[in-house]
Design a protein around this ligand. Structure first.
Ligand SMILES: *Cc1c(COP(=O)(O)O)cnc(C)c1O
Length: 488
């Protein structure tokens, strides 16, 4: 008889696991002391696997020493780059249980399936979708977009599309600021990126007259317009389409309305005025959103929510004999999640969301979301009040996009903003990313960070100002030019 892979000495394993848990808790408790830093070459090289066995205790020690310290830095209170969720201590609780149970949530009849249904049902109610809706948890909004647009494609072309593939040219429509995830989904579904029409945007989101004109032109050419993708919270500037008006337009044109609400859908939990940004989201045919951004749960977890369950099921269901369901027993538990997406084996992603909601409640999560919008507004006001800085776009929700010195020519501003972003990251002061507005590379903060305080905002903007002074004073600025000590 060979050994199992279980620990040989459970008492020793218990001590090892407790030590590791303590190290994880220490790390989270001191998150403010641990900004992102580059991974040392020796550490990177040390990850290489030889295939030799080292046992639990030695492996746990390596996890603590060599893995735990080298994260993305998105647990730090001044991390605002791209759109990163910041994690929750409750994730430690759920991930231990998820690893222990080791559920496969493709289907069958067990607890985690019911946990996932509870998470989807809670979200459905928050988003105002009807009881006819169905959902499935996926890695994130990128995958959710593929699933949602596959259902839209199925509505447009019928069941033949699953057998014969695309027999007609489909066209879809989205604002110019649409996330790349939509383009990738359109490509993957065989529709082709050129058939994703970019519609100009006004202050109120997509220009609906331009949308109608584009749809008419495509119809006249014999294409089949099938979907319009609205955005609730654009990745660049935090803009929102007017979803009520977009829903009216989609209905009038007979288009499937998909909403990318990756982070912005969660303004549903925010205080006024931010809540109203996502009004009308309840009218979408499908919605993609993330829990790992603005519900802050550990990576990864998103949701594909579809208004009418039969349309969701029809796009994916296919069960060969070896997956046949049975009424009672473990093979019961219909519906199975594998019939609502592409994954058969699936982990218990729902548990970290369920644990977060149970721990903090809708009100606690909503307060953190509103706090992030307040922090972005504070950042915007501070920028506007400063001598040289200027906003590059209005602050609408939780994003602030600005330039460190609007008095410089555009080229010089772009160079300066890029250098500041890099320098503050390397110093561990704050993480801004960059984006383009009116041809200028701007600094960009997307605040999906429940650890950010007003003092963090003030300190980071002061650091930007100081860095801008130092770099412009130095002329052609090397990154290390830094005599400023006002950086916390
Ligand atoms: C992050 C994001 C996506 C992609 O979501 P993932 O969870 O990274 O797959 C799509 N749309 C918007 C607006 C986003 O912010």
């Amino acid at each position: 008889m060979t050994d199992t892979l279980d620990p040989k000495d459970w008492r020793a394993f218990r001590a090892t696991a407790h030590d590791l848990l303590d190290a994880c808790i220490d790390r989270l408790e001191s998150a403010a002391a641990h900004p992102w830093q580059p991974v040392p070459e020796t550490v990177k090289a040390g990850y290489a696997l030889t295939g030799a066995a080292h046992g639990e205790a030695e492996t746990a020690a390596r996890l603590i020493a060599e893995v735990l310290p080298h994260g993305t830095g998105n647990t730090h209170p001044r991390f605002w780059g791209w759109v990163h969720g910041t994690g929750l201590a409750s994730g430690l609780l759920s991930e231990m249980v998820a690893a222990t149970v080791n559920a496969n949530c493709g289907g069958r009849n067990h607890g985690m399936i019911h946990v996932e249904r509870a998470v989807i049902d809670w979200t459905r109610r928050i988003m105002g979708f009807p009881e006819t809706a169905s959902g499935v948890l996926v890695t994130g909004t990128s995958q959710a977009t593929v699933l949602a647009l596959a259902a839209a494609r199925h509505r447009a072309l019928g069941p033949e599309v699953r057998h014969k593939g695309l027999q007609h040219r489909l066209t879809a429509y989205a604002g110019e600021g649409v996330h790349n995830a939509t383009r990738k989904a359109i490509e993957l579904l065989g529709i082709g990126a050129d058939n994703l029409r970019r519609i100009p945007e006004t202050e109120a989101g997509m220009d609906l007259a331009a949308l109608r004109a584009a749809v008419a032109a495509d119809r006249a050419e014999g294409a089949r317009p099938f979907a319009v993708i609205g955005t609730a919270g654009s990745v660049d500037f935090g803009r929102f389409d007017d979803l009520d008006r977009l829903a009216d337009a989609a209905r009038a044109e007979g288009l499937w309305l998909h909403v990318d609400g990756a982070f912005g859908a969660w303004t549903r939990l925010a205080d006024p005025p931010w809540r109203a940004l996502s009004d009308g989201i309840e009218r979408a045919d499908s919605l993609a959103l993330d829990y790992h951004k603005w519900i802050y749960v550990p990576y990864d977890c998103g949701l594909c929510l579809i208004r009418e369950e039969p349309e969701h099921y029809a796009a994916f269901a296919a069960r060969p004999a070896y997956l046949a369901g049975h009424g009672e027993g473990l093979a019961g538990g219909d519906p199975w999640f594998c019939d609502y997406g592409t994954d058969l084996s699936r982990g218990a992603r729902a548990l970290k969301v369920w644990t977060a909601i149970e721990t903090h409640g809708a009100a606690g999560l909503g307060a953190a979301i509103s706090g992030n919008c307040r922090a972005a507004a504070r950042m915007g006001a501070t920028v506007e009040a400063s001598a040289h800085m200027a906003l590059c776009a209005p602050v609408i929700s939780n994003l602030c996009v600005f330039t460190a010195d609007a008095t410089l020519p555009p080229e010089a501003q772009s160079a300066l903003n890029r250098q500041i972003s890099e320098a503050l990251q390397l110093e561990g002061t704050a993480v801004f990313s960059t984006t383009e507005a009116q041809g200028i590379t701007c600094l960009r903060a997307a605040i999906t960070n429940h650890r950010t305080t007003p003092a963090d905002v003030d300190a980071a903007i002061a650091a930007v100002a100081a860095k801008a002074r130092a770099l412009t004073a130095a002329g052609a600025p090397p990154l290390q030019t830094d005599g400023d000590q006002d950086v916390p």
